[in-house]
Design a protein around this ligand. Structure first.
Ligand SMILES: NC(=O)c1ccc[n+]([C@@H]2O[C@H](COP(=O)([O-])OP(=O)(O)OC[C@H]3O[C@@H](n4cnc5c(N)ncnc54)[C@H](OP(=O)(O)O)[C@@H]3O)[C@@H](O)[C@H]2O)c1
Length: 252
């Protein structure tokens, strides 16, 4: 049995990772700002963070906030992990963080560098967008009578439970460095994903494609966030929607 700390273990990905590692018989600690007994804000660190990593063999770093602070959080986590003699640091990143000049992606890339240079054995897995994230975005866009989408942007969403299975497998192995990217089974236009969502939830909305400007948008349009040659996920967005919006489920 290994003692494993999952940062962000209450999040969309982290809770599946936690479940899998516990099912495999490991002693798993969950850290987030609101998860006692390891309620820690990684951006602040301190003695609570030291207590969380003491006696830990492996850290799976899933905690993140697109609102900022990820680099500070990673520095604190790495420093505490080094002090505690952690043997393996596993980090989940995003496909294309080195190709798409988007603020959140830049900070993910910076954290990858910190992990690589941490002096701790490390593994980094990059994944494409989770179906849940695409759904959240579409739910927000569909609050308006017209769904406004970036024109000519595609996505290759992946099922989070499949990413959790891979990440858990990596966490139970030896440090592997940067492993092959993990992407969903289909590359689809964003408007086709939106129409699938509208169909699955019985909503009627016009879908309007809006051209956007800027380097990040150009890089997304060029598919910098996709990995068609790494389409290893098996669950499609349509299957995810069918499961999520099966008869009787009303939360839309
Ligand atoms: N979503 C995607 O499509 C996607 C795709 C590829 C990779 N990823 C990566 O996968 C990871 C998890 O994503 P997710 O969608 O599962 O995220 P999520 O659902 O937003 O969960 C984030 C987790 O991090 C914790 N957290 C945030 N800020 C923290 C802080 N300062 N200190 C301690 N804990 C903190 C949150 O808990 P509290 O709020 O309680 O602190 C929560 O448990 C991220 O690194 C993300 O970049 C995501």
């Amino acid at each position: 049995m290994t003692t494993i700390l999952v940062t962000g273990g209450t999040g969309v990905l982290g809770r599946h990772v936690t479940e899998r590692l516990r099912a495999a018989g490991h002693d798993v600690r969950v850290l987030s700002r609101h998860a006692p007994p390891y309620a820690v804000d990684l951006r602040e660190g301190g003695s609570a963070l030291d207590a969380a990593v003491t006696g830990v063999d492996t850290v799976v770093h899933c905690a993140s906030s697109p609102r900022g602070g990820d680099e500070k959080a990673a520095r604190n986590l790495i420093a505490a992990a080094r002090r505690a003699g952690v043997g393996h640091l596993v980090f989940i990143s995003i496909v294309g963080v080195d190709r798409v000049p988007y603020g959140y992606y830049r900070s993910k890339l910076a954290v990858e560098r910190l992990v690589e240079e941490s002096g701790i054995g490390w593994t980094v897995l990059r994944a494409t967008q989770f179906h849940d994230l695409v759904l959240t975005v579409l739910q927000a866009l569909a609050k308006l009578p017209v769904v406004l989408l970036s024109a000519r942007v595609k996505d290759q969403p992946v099922e989070v439970t499949e990413v959790a299975a891979r990440l858990s497998e990596l966490a139970q192995g030896a440090p592997a460095g940067r492993v092959e990217d993990m992407a969903g089974p289909e590359v689809r236009t964003f408007d086709s994903l939106a129409r699938a969502y509208l169909g699955a939830t019985g909503r009627r909305r016009a879908v309007v494609k809006v051209p956007l400007r800027g380097a990040a948008y150009r890089a997304f349009r060029a598919g910098g966030h996709l990995a068609p040659d790494r389409a290893v996920g098996t669950v499609t967005f349509d299957e995810f929607l069918r499961e999520r919006f099966a008869a009787g489920v009303t939360q839309r």
